[in-house]
Design a protein around this ligand. Sequence first.
Ligand code: ZN
Ligand code: MN
Length: 482
Amino acid sequence: MDFDVIICFEIHAELSTKTKLFCRCPVSYDAAPNENICPVCTGHPGTLPVLNRKAVECCIRAGLALNCNINSRSIFARKNYFYPDLPKGYQISQYECPLCEDGYLEIPGDDGKPYIVGIKRIHLEEDAGKLVHSAVTFEASEYSLVDYNRAGVPLIEIVADHTKNPIRSLQEARSYLGKVRQILQHIGVSDCVIEQGQFRCDVNISLRQVKSPDFNERVEIKNMASFKSIIEALKYEIKRQSEIIESGGEISQETRLFDEVKMVTVPMRSKEDAPDYRYFPDPDLVELDIDRDFVRKIKDDMPELPGIRLNRFIKDFGISEEDAHLIIGKRDLSDYFESCVPYCTDLKKLGSWITNELIKVLNENSISIKKFPVAPKDFARLITLISCNNITEKIGRLVFKDMFETGGTPDSIIEEKGLKPIQETDILEKMVEEIMKENPGVVSRLKDGKKESVNFLIGKIMKRTRGRADAKKVSALILKKV
Ligand code: ZN
Ligand code: MN
């Protein structure tokens, strides 16, 4: 049997605001447990929420970037459920009248053509706290502690539309997630650091036999922490569900969890429907009235979207498509590249040095580009020196290592370490004569027409000068003497 697949994501992204959604507690990821809490975000009786304007702006910005309508009227609702990490006993979210609706995102489809994935809504809500279990799993734990630092951190929830151009394959799922994350990072709405739980996904998946009119019940997989586990969980579900249908069984609507160790999904609970949450408008918060000027201002301030920036990098700067994709993959890296541009004469080389040497150094030292100590001006100068054959690529790498470790400029390092290239013809000529005298066999082969022997002689000279000789000049000198 062959099956069609429908995949529908609910993405939760934590906003990079300074403070929480309804109180002034800071949003930070390195605080001690329960350091960033107050009576509001721990749900003390008598406290009242005050909405964070910046979070509303972020949500609208995401809505505009994902081609949504921004609703002028929007309502906060209480989503009621009990869990120890939710001190109020309800989450303030949006149900009817979310901030953003009816959007879409273009991704590369499986058939190679652009595919427009429908986005149903983007709403604003608060995050819950975090349970810390005493053992690796909940079952093995003797006790659990609760950290409320995350309670009240603003989230946007991006809900894909399963009726309008849903995702149809693992490949499209990967593209969609990657692109949403890239856009949120580029527009400064969320850092989307997966390891810190800033970008989390629930996913719905359902199957139907090819040519059959209806899809089977959908299964939801909750709270996956990495792209890899999302894809593995979907792979597992496609296999599990198709086996059930093939053997004549029925898929039940349920919520499952992905076990990252066994790489299987396991039942968690039968899926709750909206009525289970007893949504109702939060009486502590007034309806949001978003005026058009407010939206227009956000639109005017919107940074360039990654797709547009990518084309500009390729067209205006002439860097290779592969390098451009790698650089655009990270907003900070794109910004770094762009701040090097005014100082650099060879942008193509700049692009390839960033994607090779610079990324290598970042990985080896596990630092982010934000903490990278080399100033764009100095990095650009290094590339220019290499590009103008002032130093070889090999020496360039040595200089770069030194720049990273000492913070020196390329010119001062080249001067101090005596890495200045040897270009004086008389010095090089003398060396060529010596090397030829020392290697008569090679020279006679060269005279017999074996041109590749010249490389052996150049190699010898490079070794003697520690790579400082101008290889082109040396080659010309040797051939002249033969
Ligand atoms: Zn607070
Ligand atoms: Mn949610």
